[in-house]
Write a protein that binds this ligand. Structure first.
Ligand SMILES: [Zn+2]
Length: 342
């Protein structure tokens, strides 16, 4: 089985974006604020957007199941206040849940949280609980920078994040550490802000003792870990100077990386530097990079090709990356599959 742990509903019907535009307009002119119930999207519309996009590509490329969360750049936690994010997160999470109900063999949901700059993260818990208990979500996306590129929130090791971690541990769900749109002109959203955040989150964990407080807490750092695998020697050396344990022990029981790296040498490096047990297959398809690589003739985000082609991996190791590790890091996914006899 091939499980893609990083997919977003980037192709949601246009009505979703139109509703969001009205919600944003309502921040200046409250008379425009739409109600959640004003958004009408039919099952057929959802089917069409999935069958002609993600599902079509999954079949072409040979992946079976995608962990599916709301479009990351649309989370835009910096817009409005908690109420804004709360209504928006509820709508987006419900849509991903509906996708998982319409295509139960191919999609299982992960939740965005109603984060908002300067607002206590524990306010996200009711939405998290609903998504796990009612919608069967197997993970969450946690934004380490709800300000959208200004980094006004404390680091992930700060105790203000702990109520979310306590809930994650209780439910045994991992968090993908995932920022959203950059509203800082210095940082391009997917080319700079995403990769910066991946690297920053790793370093925040490295300098802290977060996983001493939460030995079973699991973070998935997307986009191949940003700059982390490439600079592994730097991180090892910094940990050593800080008198931290070796990274294997200090971080690699808790931190995992996905394979959203869009060229062969990148995947070769990732699989050489990072232990196979810490790598999970993902493509983030129909995401940041949608074109075809002229040097290969294949889509950049067809990451399965690179996993297949790398000489670093045995068949057993490929299986771990495609399926075994995802079942271990997402125990609720494993339980859902076992319930179906898979
Ligand atoms: Zn993503």
């Amino acid at each position: 089985m091939i499980i893609d742990v990083h997919g977003h509903y980037t192709t949601a019907p246009a009505a979703l974006g139109a509703w969001r535009d009205l919600q944003i307009a309502g921040l200046k002119d409250p008379s425009q604020t739409p109600r959640a119930s004003d958004l009408k999207i039919s099952d057929d519309e959802i089917r069409e957007t999935i069958e002609n996009n993600q599902l079509k590509l999954m079949k072409q490329r040979g992946s079976d199941l995608t962990i599916f969360s709301p479009r990351a750049s649309f989370m835009a936690h910096h817009i409005g206040n908690f109420e804004t994010s709360s209504t928006w997160a509820a709508i987006c999470n419900e849509l991903c849940y509906r996708v998982s109900e319409l295509f139960p063999d191919h999609f299982i949901p992960a939740a965005m949280l109603p984060q908002s700059p300067g607002v206590d993260p524990k306010t996200c818990i009711p939405e998290l609980v609903k998504c796990v208990e009612e919608y069967g979500n197997v993970g969450i996306n946690l934004n380490p920078d709800p300000s959208g590129g200004h980094w006004t929130a404390p680091p992930l090791s700060d105790r203000s994040w702990y109520p979310i971690y306590e809930k994650m541990v209780e439910y045994d769900i991992p968090a993908m550490i995932h920022v959203s749109t950059s509203c800082n002109a210095c940082f391009h959203t997917t080319g700079a802000h995403y990769l910066n955040a991946d690297t920053t989150a790793f370093m925040q964990c490295l300098t802290s003792d977060l996983f001493k407080d939460f030995p079973t807490l699991k973070f998935l750092i997307p986009h191949g870990g940003g700059a982390v695998p490439y600079h592994w020697g730097r991180f090892r050396g910094l940990a050593q100077e800080l008198k931290k344990p070796l990274l294997d022990e200090h971080l690699l029981n808790n931190i995992f990386f996905d394979t959203c790296v869009y060229h062969q040498p990148g995947i070769d490096l990732l699989t050489e530097v990072i232990p196979v047990k810490n790598i999970l297959f993902a493509s983030e398809m129909i995401g940041a990079v949608r074109g075809i690589d002229p040097t290969t003739g294949h889509y950049y985000d067809d990451t399965k090709r690179y996993i297949e082609a790398t000489l670093k991996l045995s068949e057993q190791e490929r299986h771990q990356i495609y399926e075994g590790n995802a079942r271990r890091v997402f125990p609720r996914l494993d339980a859902a599959l076992k319930k179906k006899g898979l």
